[in-house]
Design a protein around this ligand. Structure first.
Ligand code: ADP
Ligand code: MG
Length: 203
């Protein structure tokens, strides 16, 4: 499957911009229940992907996804790098294997791979608490505006959860009342992608 160059360049730029604009806020969320580096980590990863954008946009989709995933693993670091990396790498592998790629199914399998990698599940107060609800909307073929709203509301809802994984879990009950930084970056990315796709018209 060939990549639509304009689309992939637009998505890379969109993701980089939304993370750069909210990096301070993501660090602030991570200072409350972690070590304060989530915004810095995500910005470093998105910048690395951005530097590679021309090469990525010339690759077949599966290869582009896998390459972005590996770049995120290497450059985001922390706990989030391998998890976001797994999401993209697994999507790429499944796109490569599928004859007729079913986007929702591929995303679902990639999210399950993230859960296995993090030994975590829905309700643990992580980025999975955004990824699974977004996946449900994809399966329902919901409108982009609806998917974006679900992503944001799901991130907010992590405030009521007790962290069971990652650094925030060291706080136990004291993690309650704070939005999870990984869930927040995930919602920012998902809603920015939806906003971009709403306006996108293939050439
Ligand atoms: P670190 O915790 O190593 O400093 P980051 O601050 O970049 O890494 O990322 C923290 C985010 O990673 C958390 O907010 C959470 O969403 C996610 N996370 C951490 N550990 C796990 C895990 N085991 N499973 C799923 N997500 C996790
Ligand atoms: Mg951190």
């Amino acid at each position: 499957m060939q990549t639509d160059r304009t689309l992939i360049l637009g998505l890379i730029d969109t993701c980089r911009a939304v993370i750069a604009d909210h990096a301070d806020h993501l660090c602030e969320l991570d200072r409350a229940i972690g070590d304060g580096d989530h915004g810095t980590n995500m910005r470093r990863g998105c910048d690395a992907v951005y530097l590679d954008r021309e090469r990525l946009s010339a690759m077949p989709l599966a290869q582009a996804l896998e390459t972005i995933g590996r770049t995120l693993v290497m450059n985001v670091g922390g706990a989030a790098g391998p998890l976001y990396g797994t999401l993209l790498i697994e999507m790429g592998r499944r796109v490569a294997q599928a004859n007729e790629p079913n986007f929702a199914a591929i995303v679902g399998e990639a999210i399950d791979a993230v859960a296995r990698r993090g030994r975590s599940r829905k309700g643990d107060k992580t980025l999975l608490d955004v990824l699974y609800p977004v996946h449900t909307e994809l399966v329902r073929q919901s409108a982009l505006i609806r998917i974006a709203r679900t992503a944001k509301e799901s991130a907010q809802s992590t405030a009521g959860m007790k962290a069971m994984r990652g650094r925030a879990s060291f706080l136990g009950d004291r993690s309650i009342g704070h939005v999870d930084p990984g869930a927040s970056s995930c919602a920012l990315l998902a809603s920015a992608i939806c906003d971009y796709l709403k306006e996108y018209r293939p050439a």
